[in-house]
Design a protein around this ligand. Structure first.
Ligand SMILES: [Zn+2]
Length: 448
């Protein structure tokens, strides 16, 4: 991998105007719903920033004339500027389980996931992995992530500290797991509740950090633990919930055995009051119409995790069914079941999953899902996900000529959609020229 430089965070002075110039794209709606009215594109645009927020956006010819003479303008002409990517589901503690061979979900958890997660009671190990993971997020242009830690409190402290040090927006939580898991990783319903209370008090609402109550999935929680999850959410408005649902068929069958009174897998969460706004469920593959209706009606969101679903052989997400019923959907990398922290790699696989289900994913909708769609799934679209004035100025600068093949292919594209498609099919972290957090460069790729 080529060297990349990391820069210390720097926040622009309170009143000073700065700007970036280049090709700029963002979304104000879902292209599958609003068509071309859903995106804004400036072939030569300027994004004006003040105090880490978006002050204005428009064509260079118009905006430059309004800027004070001393305003610093970073020249990204030839590059494409988008809102920072939003990863709605991933596991930092599984960084070292990525690319582990030969198992489907339940065996994969036992053989690879639980052994690597067992090491996170050691704060030093947790810090080292958290630091690496956050650097990788930035190297891939991801500026907001919803992240599983492990059952250890130290693992939660480590990822929040690593994100906070770089002013990164992050939602994370301690995994709750009081049965059907190795003893060294199990909590109890009561201890998990108390630890979550403590972590919420320590981290939720601190700068750009939010807490998520995190039952791993229905099979590893007793009814009592799920009840206490509801109590945590009811007593802390604004706190998130993250979990997994209906990922593989074997898992669905296991849930039916463990919860014989439930109509479906998703119904287990519904009966415990865990379908609600700010609840994000990864995968949501093996659902029926009633399940999807409940997701839409309650405001819960799905994280579409294509690299993981293909890698573990779990199944194919039905993006059209979610769209038809109005369910909020974001994209998740789901490392380590997922095979990349790159949103570009993930969108490529999302396209292929749609192909396999007889659907198509337009490049504009793909990048919508990775930005504003993810922000909507997390109920953060009033803060991130677009370049509306007042939004937090998190953005990624993509290089359409990052590799010889990308340069050759994008030189032959005439539309923004064509350029986006080449980037998602051929791109990876090499195509991320720079990542800005609250306006300031947090990561910039060194010249090759
Ligand atoms: Zn996951």
């Amino acid at each position: 991998m080529p060297a990349a430089t990391s820069m210390p965070e720097a926040h622009p002075g309170a009143g000073a105007l700065t700007a970036v110039r280049g090709e700029i794209l963002d979304f104000v709606g879902d292209p599958a719903v609003q068509g071309d009215a859903a995106h804004r594109h400036h072939a030569d645009g300027v994004l004006v920033l003040r105090a880490g927020r978006v002050a204005a956006l428009g064509p260079a010819a118009q905006i430059l004339a309004t800027l004070p003479a001393d305003a610093a303008v970073t020249d990204y002409r030839g590059k494409l500027i988008l809102p920072g990517f939003v990863d709605t589901h991933t596991h930092y503690a599984q960084t070292d389980a990525i690319a582990s061979h030969g198992a489907q979900l339940l065996e994969w958890l036992a053989r690879y996931t639980y052994p690597v997660e067992s090491r996170f009671g050691d704060p030093e190990h947790a810090r080292e992995v958290a630091d690496f993971f956050v650097q990788e997020l930035l190297a891939n242009g991801t500026t907001t992530a919803m992240v599983f830690a492990t059952t250890h409190k130290a693992s939660v402290d480590a990822i929040f500290e690593a994100a906070d040090a770089r002013a990164l927006r992050l939602v994370a939580g301690k995994v709750l797991m009081d049965r059907n898991a190795p003893e060294r990783l199990r909590d109890t319903a009561e201890s998990g509740y108390e630890d979550s209370e403590e972590l919420i008090a320590r981290w939720h609402g601190r700068r750009r950090l939010s807490y998520a109550v995190t039952p791993r999935f229905a099979p590893t929680s007793t009814e009592r633990q799920l009840e206490l999850c509801r109590r945590l959410l009811d007593s802390h408005p604004g706190v998130y919930l993250q979990s997994h649902a209906a990922e593989s068929r074997a898992e669905v069958a296991w849930v039916a055995e463990l919860f014989p009174g439930s109509r479906s897998y998703l119904d287990v969460y519904d009966r415990h009051g865990l379908l609600r706004e700010r609840a994000v469920y990864a995968h949501c593959i093996h659902l029926d119409r009633k399940d999807r209706q409940r997701m839409a009606a309650t405001g819960a969101a799905m994280a579409f995790c294509p690299t993981s679903n293909l890698f573990l052989g779990s199944g194919l997400f039905d993006a059209q069914a979610a769209l038809d019923l109005g369910v909020r959907v974001g994209i998740g990398t789901d490392v380590g079941g997922g095979t990349s922290l790159s949103m570009l790699r993930t969108l490529d696989e999302a396209y292929k999953v749609c192909q396999l289900t007889g659907q198509t994913l337009s490049p504009l909708r793909a990048f919508y899902l990775a930005t504003l769609g993810g922000a909507r799934a997390l109920y953060l679209d009033d803060r991130i996900g677009s370049f509306e004035a007042g939004r937090e100025a998190d953005f990624v600068v993509l290089d359409p000529a990052a590799t010889p093949l990308l340069a050759r292919r994008t030189a032959a594209t005439e539309t923004i959609a064509g350029k986006l498609f080449a980037l998602m099919v051929l791109g990876d972290d090499r195509a991320v020229h720079a990542t800005h957090v609250l306006g300031a460069p947090a990561r910039r790729r060194a010249a090759p």
